[in-house]
Write a protein that binds this ligand. Structure first.
Ligand SMILES: Cc1ncc(C[n+]2csc(CCOP(=O)(O)OP(=O)(O)O)c2C)c(N)n1
Ligand code: SF4
Length: 283
């Protein structure tokens, strides 16, 4: 946390995006989409005006999962695929914190896929941001769950032939309370969507198309393919599912905003005293 944070208990001041940035310089490849996602996250936090010490950014492993180190908020860089487990536990234990969980498509949909389903079901009030580049960037270009089946590469000659995972519709079907798609090349639009996701109660899922210019240089063309969703967000899951399943994968905006009450955790233990809890479970 840098010295621009407002200490607890003092009158709030106005926070700008720079107050949410750490002093570490990102080591992503020049042109990586994740730079703009980082900028959009800090902009969104400035929009919601939560002091940095009341925000926690939790991640797994991957290029995208480096995000926590580049913010001045509390951060947790956990193990591969387990960011949502850590983030969910943190939010239930500390509901006063704004929790952002950051992931990549490999981290979040492959090894972390099971956690993704159950985080949507639980609907704990956190914001899940997945930087999707349809490849494992950090481990040098293997296909991920969102890779197109015919993507030809040295590691998968001729493509895998395996159908791509559809994160948005899976999130919707599993119970996510807010489902959106953004594009890293649209920094302002992405920041607005993240701010909406933070404000929306329950589990907010934001899929951000974020090009890996090193292993998928053709993704630079996403800039020409994305377009705003021509519809207002719906609170009808059936309508949202139809839209999401019939779009071209490049419409950006909030596609679903539901009204499910967030899960706040089970009943509190009878005693929060550690000695009493240990005695209760002693064998
Ligand atoms: C348990 C475990 N399995 C595998 C790895 C190796 N590993 C590190 S990052 C990564 C993939 C990251 O891909 P993605 O989440 O898409 O992020 P990107 O680097 O593209 O942002 C893998 C397989 C690991 N660190 N731990
Ligand atoms: S390998 Fe790809 S995802 Fe990783 S930093 Fe480079 S451009 Fe970004």
């Amino acid at each position: 946390m840098n010295d621009m944070c407002q200490p607890p208990g003092l009158a709030p001041e106005t926070f700008g995006a720079q107050h949410y940035k750490s002093d570490y310089k990102p080591i992503w490849c020049p042109g990586c989409g994740d730079y703009t996602v980082l900028a959009a996250i800090t902009k969104a936090l400035a929009t919601v005006q939560k002091p940095p010490h009341e925000v926690a950014v939790v991640s797994g492993i991957g290029c995208s999962s480096r995000i926590p180190a580049y913010t001045s908020c509390y951060g947790f860089h956990g193990v591969h695929g387990r960011a949502l487990a850590a983030g969910t536990g943190l939010k239930v234990a500390r509901p006063d914190l704004t929790v952002l969980v950051a992931s990549g498509d490999g981290d979040g949909y492959s090894i972390g896929g099971n956690h993704f389903l159950h985080a949507c079901r639980r609907n704990v009030d956190l914001t899940y941001i997945v930087m999707d580049n349809h490849v494992y960037g950090m481990t040098k270009g293997q296909p991920s769950p969102t890779t197109e089946p015919d993507w030809d590469s040295k590691l998968s000659p001729g493509g895998t032939g395996v159908r791509s995972f559809h994160p948005l519709v899976i999130a919707l079907a599993s119970g996510a309370n807010f489902v959106a798609r953004a594009f890293s090349g649209d920094q302002q639009g992405t920041a607005e969507i993240i701010a909406q996701g933070i404000r929306h109660p329950g589990f907010s899922f934001i899929e951000i198309l974020s090009p890996c210019v090193t292993f998928r240089p053709e993704q630079r063309d996403w800039r020409n393919l994305v377009h705003p969703a021509s519809v207002q967000p719906t609170d009808d899951p059936a309508r949202a599912a139809k839209r999401i399943m019939t779009d071209d994968g490049f419409n950006i905006g909030v596609l679903y905003a539901g009204h499910r009450a967030p899960y706040a955790g089970g009943p509190s233990p009878a005693s929060a005293d550690m000695a009493a809890l240990e005695a209760e479970f002693a064998v």
